[in-house]
Ligand binder design. Sequence first.
Ligand SMILES: [Zn+2]
Length: 142
Amino acid sequence: MPYFSKSSKRNLAQCHPDLITLFNEVIKHFDCKVICGHRGQAAQMSAFIKGNSKVKWPNSYHNKKPSMAADVIPFPVEWKNLKRMKFFAGYVLGIAQGLFNEGKIYHKVVSGLDWDADTILKDTTFKDHPHFQLIPPIKAAR
Ligand SMILES: [Zn+2]
């Protein structure tokens, strides 16, 4: 069974409990790596300058404490394998929906491939393949 590396665990620990629950379930079935949890001011500025984020500090979901977003990619890492990242994103969203339906997480989850969660990908102008974020609470967070 796949398991998280130390750096993945450290990054995931910076995230909201719902993201921790979600990816601790995902990793049982689909090997992956958490490349980013919380982003401080300097890291957010760097991500913005590099074009990896469209927003400045403190407007990213990664800037919240705990982080309301996690960047997670399938393992082994293949940045150019966008099909596999899309495959992974669909897998994550399916697991997330199941956990939400079972009351194990309290937020719905959105992928950076489908920000408006309409399941249509061609209307997504900024595709952030590894990005998953929580939709503001339906119920009060724990
Ligand atoms: Zn992200």
